[in-house]
Design a binder for this molecule. Structure first.
Ligand code: 26V
Length: 817
């Protein structure tokens, strides 16, 4: 049906009419979306079934990526692209009077993630499938994804994101594959044939029901699976325990409480809270995922000692760390293996990625909570800790403090990162600098104990979504200029370097940037009634709102630019548009205040006719994957300005680079590697380095107040946070921000880096005045961005961690046959 355009049109018409039960002319965009999605889904189905059949034979080692988050966004466009029918379908629909972009917009984003960590998981799924690896995702089918953000009077208001309201054409519910997950109860032990047997009594059992989403690769026939789990009550309404008077209502109440396990995604990605429901979610995912994986493995009829040869289990941060004790439990209690053998298998199967060193985000679960909710798993964790500490004691006799620091259980808390390190064979950081900090500081004693276990895998992004799909004009220009091989070998983008002096190529790039800016400006006007000047510099910071990401530094600079223009109206500046997009955790007061500040500043500036042609500020509501796809291709300047040492990698930085924006950044996360590739000339680096920051944290010599007092520009903007003009709507409105900077001594060195930031912004303006030079720098960046394709990252995970190879060609052929 997709072999040629006419056949597609024919099939499409038939299906649309069949679905509508009325003439085609009456179809709405949503109908078209549903029909098209259904057709794609059906087309994929055959290859999916064949792939699963091939995998069942057990030749390929399977990777399972466990993650509490998969921020996949929309699938229609990327599926069309990966199936190689995007252009044909766009044309066909056009001939039928439909605009594909409008159809794509009918799809609700699957926002099952907070930010970088969840989006990375989604990019990895794309690369695994596109490179022909047998790699799958294992997650939770949250009924509500990350909240929808509304801005009301400048404040963030959170609305539930009921993304499934209009149905989900991609998923397949698989009730036949459901498994039981147990909570609560108590453990009884008895001896059987000289072995200790553990049994959990009076546990509460819930159903985990999987929904499968096909993962289509680009240029590969095989289709992998993202399996997301939903919690359902296992109570029998007829024979179950809840009967009698009021029984029906209690039955419904109970069902709802079970369903709450997969009801929503926790929206705080930077602050750990020991919430029981979150622990339930984590165990639910680990137990359900493992059971289904082991069921598949058992069909191979191999001994469990071969599990590590056939299966790799990867945990995305510590959130799914319970995979480790849960695998131990199943191997021992269900499969009858002894401790040593189970431990050997587990630690040869599990690998772990660390995504943050922010101490406030490190997970620790109260021993008591785990003991009650997961009594058997808790015994296993205690045993792991006991054996591990005994080993430490042997190795470090008399060093009790060190052993306490390294223990898994300490002060009645289970430190999940320690459990993840001890129970896995590989621990990786997500950028070179981050890994170095892990090895030399944060996890130093572990690195000394297990030197071979630590490694770096710098993050990457799916260039198919972030370049080919988000910026099709740019992608076509590349095809024309260097051929199409970069689409599957992104490092070949390096060939663009040859055109860095080619003026006609530069002009075409500039035209594409302009048209992307126009596209964004149209949307901004439609949604927020703000008119953007598309010849101004689009200076963009889009990412979660957090103190360490320093949106505050950005907005203080904007305030300063405004002040300058007010003091000196004839000042010759390059017109600028500052664009923000960010969601704040609902309980993070300072982050929400920062959003309010940005909106106040935007309001004041955008209304002021004095600066009308020079300055605009917009805060884009509800930043999401699909909004990112619109914003990033339109950016000139990419703001990556975290306090050095705090941003593990960043992935937005890579998306902007790939779309030809120049980075204004600190030497943090993957910025460091970008800088190594493109050099000082092609990036705007400023601010303190990790070592300097470290030194200040150590010796306590930093005085924010002194820094503020010695800089008139800072005094002025700080004053404007609390005085009643021009950005505040009432006196002391931003007192809390002021206090965080002055009274609490500016934890993230916003004031310390202010001067350097301002200078660098001036430098940016100078370079922008020379379009040819600006574009030359953009080309250098785009040419080097191929290294940041997640294809490269996944190849390294495959070779160094998972020990897998791509599907053999004959399997591919069979799938196609
Ligand atoms: C942490 C927590 C803490 C407990 C409550 C729920 C929750 C949910 C998510 C997270 C994740 C925080 C870690 C994270 O997102 N790290 C980001 O990972 C990106 C991908 O590796 C990386 O590029 C960013 O620099 C890093 O901040």
């Amino acid at each position: 049906m997709f072999s040629n355009k006419e056949a597609f049109k024919q099939a499409f018409r038939e299906q649309l009419v069949g679905r509508l039960g009325k003439p085609m002319q009456e179809a709405q965009a949503e109908d078209v979306y549903k029909v098209l999605g259904g057709m794609i889904r059906e087309q994929v189905g055959k290859n999916w079934a064949e792939t699963n059949q091939a995998y069942k034979e057990g030749q390929e080692k399977q990777v399972y990526y466990f993650s509490l988050e998969f921020l996949i966004g929309r699938l229609l466009g990327s599926n069309l692209l990966n199936l190689g029918v995007l252009d044909m379908v766009r044309q066909a629909l056009g001939e039928l009077g439909w605009d594909l972009e409008e159809i794509e917009e009918q799809e609700t984003d699957a926002g099952l993630g907070n930010g970088g960590l969840g989006r990375l998981a989604a990019c990895f799924m794309d690369s695994l499938a596109s490179l022909g690896y047998a790699g799958h995702g294992c997650g939770i089918r949250y009924k509500y994804g990350l909240f929808e953000q509304r801005i009301v009077d400048g404040n963030q208001v959170e609305l539930p994101d009921y993304w499934l309201q209009k149905g989900n054409v991609w998923e397949e519910r698989r009730p036949d594959k459901k498994v039981e997950v147990q909570f609560w109860g108590h453990v009884e032990t008895r001896e059987e044939d000289g072995r200790l047997v553990f049994e959990t009594q009076d546990a509460e059992t819930v159903w985990a029901v999987p929904y499968d989403i096909p993962l289509v690769g680009y240029g590969h026939a095989q289709v992998n699976t993202l399996r997301i789990w939903s919690a359902e009550s296992a109570l029998d309404p007829v024979r179950g325990p809840i009967r009698g008077e009021g029984g029906y209502y209690r039955f419904l109440d109970y069902n709802r409480s079970v369903e709450s396990i997969s009801a929503f995604l926790y929206p705080d990605d930077s602050n750990y809270e020991g919430k029981l429901l979150r622990l339930k979610q984590q165990y639910f995912l680990c137990s359900a995922g493992l059971q289904s994986i082991l069921r598949t493995f058992e069909k191979l009829r191999l001994p469990y000692s071969q599990l590590p040869d056939k299966i790799a289990l990867h945990i995305n941060d510590t959130h799914p760390t319970l995979v480790i004790p849960e695998l131990m439990r199943i191997l021992m209690d269900v499969k009858g293996l002894g401790w040593d053998e189970a431990w050997d298998i587990t630690t040869r199967t599990v690998s772990y990625t660390n995504h943050t060193i922010l101490s406030e985000a490190l997970e620790q679960w109260p021993v008591n909570m785990v003991r009650e909710l997961l009594p058997r798993v808790s015994l296993i964790i205690e045993e792991i800790n006991k054996r591990y500490c005994a080993m430490l004691l042997e190795r470090y006799p008399g060093q009790d403090i060190k052993i306490g620091e390294m223990a898994i259980i300490h002060g009645e808390q289970i430190r999940m990162a320690h459990l993840a390190i001890v129970g896995s064979y590989s621990v990786n950081g997500v950028a070179a600098l981050h890994t170095q900090i892990l090895k030399e500081r944060e996890m130093k004693p572990f690195h000394e104990l297990y030197p071979g276990r630590f490694n770096n895998k710098t993050n990457g992004i799916a260039h198919r979504r972030w370049l080919m799909h988000a910026n099709p004009e740019l992608a076509s220009l590349y095809d024309e200029t260097i051929g199409t091989r970069w689409r599957t070998r992104p490092r070949e983008l390096i060939d663009l370097l040859r055109y860095s002096g080619d003026e006609s190529f530069k002009e075409r790039l500039q035209a594409i940037k302009r048209s992307n800016k126009v596209r964004l400006a149209e949307q901004v006007f439609a949604k927020q009634s703000v008119r953007l000047d598309t010849s101004s510099i689009f200076d963009v910071q889009v990412k979660r709102l957090h103190g360490y990401k320093r949106q505050l530094l950005n907005i203080l600079h904007v305030m300063h630019v405004y002040n300058q223009l007010k003091h000196n109206p004839s000042l010759d500046v390059v017109p600028r548009t500052f664009i923000f997009g960010a969601k704040a955790a609902p309980g993070y007061y300072l982050a929400k205040q920062t959003i309010k500040l940005i909106n106040n500043v935007a309001d004041t500036i955008n209304r002021d006719v004095d600066v009308r042609d020079k300055l605009k500020v917009v805060f884009l509501e509800n930043y999401s994957v699909s909004l990112a796809e619109l914003i990033i291709p339109a950016a000139d300047v990419s703001e990556q300005i975290s306090t050095a040492g705090k941003e593990a990698s960043g992935t937005g930085n890579m998306k902007f680079m790939m779309n030809g924006a120049l980075t204004l950044g600190t030497l943090d996360g993957a910025n460091v590697e970008m800088h190594e590739m493109v050099g000082d000339d092609n990036m705007f680096i400023f601010g303190m380095k990790v070592d300097q920051i470290e030194a200040y944290y150590r010796d306590g010599q930093y005085s924010a107040r002194k820094t503020a007092n010695s800089d008139e520009r800072l005094r002025e903007v700080l004053d404007q946070l609390v005085n009643d003009a021009p950005f505040t709507r009432h006196e002391r409105e931003f007192e809390a921000i002021y206090q965080s900077l002055i009274d609490h001594n500016d934890e993230y060195f916003v004031l310390k880096d202010f001067a350097a930031y301002v200078d660098t912004q001036v430098h940016i303006e100078q370079v922008y005045r020379n379009p040819s030079e600006w574009t030359r720098r953009a080309i250098v960046n785009m040419a080097h961005a191929g290294k940041f394709s997640s294809d490269c990252t996944i190849q390294q995970y495959a070779a160094d961690i998972w020990n897998i190879v791509p599907l053999q060609n004959d399997v591919n052929k069979r799938i196609l046959s």
